[in-house]
Design a binder for this molecule. Structure first.
Ligand code: WTA
Length: 641
């Protein structure tokens, strides 16, 4: 495990108390002292519609727990059917804006009908309860329809990021052994067509399990359709029946799996179940994102990301919100596109990432000077630490000093927001994620699992079960136990470092395991390393995440070469190419260091924290366990280049 450096105490420059105008209308205003977690969660679950009530709120202990035991529920029913009984049926559920400027609005009634039809299509194609459906779609209404259709019939969806290269897509399909895949012919990105279907064709060469591919036509480009395997979405939908009853699911039935990078090379399928997950996503979307009937809500990220699952689909739709979906790039045709969309639809809640905020800040205020963005009332952030400069800019310039910012900490594994301000109650400190939400038992501990004093860095852990927590790693319970439960007794290991200040506010310092978080994308160091090692001249590799002073992190590769090979720019380029080909261009390393040796412990483990010190130009931490100290001198010379 990583040894922590003494924390550099960040003294917040300014504290922002909640403003009266916001407080007066906020969903959560009174300090809620939670005396009884189970009662609290029971109240939250009661916000949903259940076919049959649970007979016990929580059963079991970490790591194997069941929430809302024997309760019967359907996520698709909660996102659709229950809204049809009121005027909400004609409310816009999804507003899609294509990159070329095309627009499509689907009411709750529309979304219900399309979902029911596609659920019938899936059934016709032989999909049954418990089967896994891989969804490899860009941001489009059909992605939401497909997710809700799976949920409707009890099939498990597995969404895969569109930026992944064919091999990375194939890895995820192979692990899930899904027989059916849903994709598109392509989508628009900066005026160009991204040829999604070609990537699928390439990936499927490695995946014999897939018998059926359903293709949504988005860009109408010429693609190859394989006879008996590939079908057009619109053709199948033509014949589908409008009516499909939502399946009665057990609270603990799997709703979806979401692959994410871990410490080992193989991606892990994080398993989420129905009742607990929906309770977490729906209740936090109400409390943290403060959703109201009249809001226009935009979570600007891929649906594939866990953020998209919880805060574009299940949270907002279960709350009957109007949700924006945008297909394309934020700077196309020019750098005001985001602000133009906010103005066009009157977006009131905008949930984005620190990377995006830093980019908007760099582009400058002139891009929204001519747009009316005064409908905004709440801003949100997720994925990385928001540096105070970016925070302040977002607050003052975009929010005009009126809109609270909810900086939300959570993970694929936690399913929903865990630590965050409650916008009508919490004073904000730029750079801090504030305090654990009601019902969440977060703590910062040392190597032995003891709570650390305030102001000292340690490991962020969760000490009590919560409804939307990860239930397992798909088909790999051992990995589930090793990754999250073997580090500390009786606590969920998040893999993040943090400290708590004198007011009880949490400050996240980033990953302390082998996961690299770049612009909100999670990459496993082992995944990157195995891509590098596919180069015949690479003999050993270590991948690390390197932070700059704005807490922006980038991938950095250290590589040793085979006998006789020597470093060159061409070789560096080839190594970068391997990563792009195997994983995708979003994983491109910022730097490649060639070195004769990698620093290792006597046990042969690569000491990544020393490499991090080198890359970030810091004084080296403890080197006492290092096998060969001379390695470091050589690295330092390289690091200083
Ligand atoms: C990081 C995304 C600082 C963290 C929902 C976590 C954050 C990882 C924040 C999970 C935040 C997420 N401040 N860091 N507000 N939110 N992270 O699984 O390192 O894609 O462990 O889930 O992102 O990334 P994931």
């Amino acid at each position: 495990m990583r040894n922590f450096q003494e924390v550099v105490y960040m003294v917040p420059r300014k504290i922002y108390p909640p403003q009266d105008a916001f407080v007066q209308q906020a969903n959560y205003t009174t300090e809620r002292e939670v005396f009884d977690d189970l009662q609290f969660w029971e109240e939250q679950a009661s916000r949903l519609d259940w076919f049959a009530p649970w007979d016990q709120v929580l059963e079991g202990e970490f790591p194997f727990v069941k929430w809302f035991v024997n309760g019967k529920i359907n996520a698709s029913y909660n996102c659709l059917d229950r809204h049809l009984m009121s005027w909400r049926k004609n409310k816009a559920a999804l507003i899609f804006e294509g990159e070329p400027g095309d627009q499509k609005v689907m009411t709750y009634k529309d979304l219900h009908r399309e979902t029911s039809k596609f659920a019938n299509v899936l059934k016709e194609l032989g999909v049954e309860k418990g089967d896994i459906v891989t969804i490899y779609l860009p941001v489009m209404t059909e992605a939401v329809v497909a997710m809700l259709a799976c949920a409707r019939i009890g099939a498990i969806h597995s969404l895969v990021f569109g930026g992944f290269a064919p091999h990375a897509l194939a890895e995820r399909i192979k692990d899930s052994q899904s027989k059916i895949l849903l994709t598109a012919d392509g989508y628009w990105r900066r005026g160009e067509v991204i040829r999604t279907k070609d990537k699928v064709d390439e990936a499927l060469e490695e995946c014999p399990s897939v018998e059926t591919v359903v293709v949504v036509s988005r860009v109408a480009n010429a693609i190859r359709m394989k006879r008996n395997r590939d079908h057009w979405y619109h053709e199948l939908m033509n014949y589908a029946d409008n009516h499909c009853e939502a399946e009665v699911m057990d609270s603990e039935d799997t709703l979806f799996i979401k692959y994410t990078s871990g410490a080992t090379g193989k991606p892990k399928g994080v398993v989420h179940t129905t009742g607990g997950y929906l309770t977490g996503a729906s209740s936090t979307h109400y409390s943290v994102l403060d959703i109201k009937e009249e809001d226009v809500y935009w979570c600007a990220g891929d649906i594939e990301w866990i953020t998209g699952h919880s805060y574009t689909v299940y949270g907002p739709l279960s709350n009957g919100a109007t949700v924006i979906l945008y297909e394309g790039a934020p700077d196309f045709p020019q750098k005001d596109r985001i602000w133009e969309i906010i103005e066009k639809y009157g977006v009131s809640i905008f949930y984005t990432s620190p990377t995006a905020v830093r980019m908007f800040m760099k582009w400058g205020n002139k891009w929204f000077a001519d747009h009316d963005i005064s409908t905004l009332r709440l801003l949100g952030s997720v994925g990385e630490t928001m540096n105070p400069e970016a925070w302040t800019w977002f607050y003052e310039e975009v929010g005009k000093g009126r809109c609270p910012i909810v900086d939300t900490w959570w993970q694929t594994e936690t399913g929903s927001i865990m630590i965050s301000p409650l916008p009508g109650m919490t004073s904000l400190k730029p750079g801090s994620v504030a305090t654990p939400l009601p019902g969440i038992a977060a703590e910062v501990v040392d190597d032995e699992g003891r709570p650390v004093p305030r102001g000292r860095n340690g490991y962020l852990v969760i000490k009590k079960p919560w409804p939307s927590m990860i239930r397992n790693i798909y088909k790999d319970t051992q990995k589930f136990l090793d990754t999250y439960w073997s580090v500390f007794d009786g606590a969920f290991y998040t893999g993040d470092g943090a400290y708590v200040d004198e007011d009880g506010y949490y400050w996240i310092s980033g990953r302390v395991d082998d996961v690299i978080n770049v612009s909100g994308y999670r990459l496993g160091s082992a995944e990157l390393e195995s891509a590098v090692l596919m180069h015949p001249l690479a003999s050993e590799a270590a991948a690390i995440g390197m932070n700059d002073k704005n807490k922006r992190s980038a991938v950095c590769i250290f590589v040793t070469l085979t006998e006789g090979a020597s470093p060159s720019e061409a070789l560096e380029q080839e190594i970068v190419e391997r990563i792009v080909e195997e994983i995708g261009s979003f994983a491109k390393p910022e730097r490649v260091y060639f070195t004769k040796n990698l620093p290792k412990t006597r046990g042969g483990k690569i000491m990544r924290r020393l490499l991090r010190d080198v890359a970030e130009g810091r004084e080296l931490g403890d080197t006492s366990t290092l096998l060969d100290v001379t390695v470091i001198d050589e690295l330092m010379i390289r690091g200083g280049k």
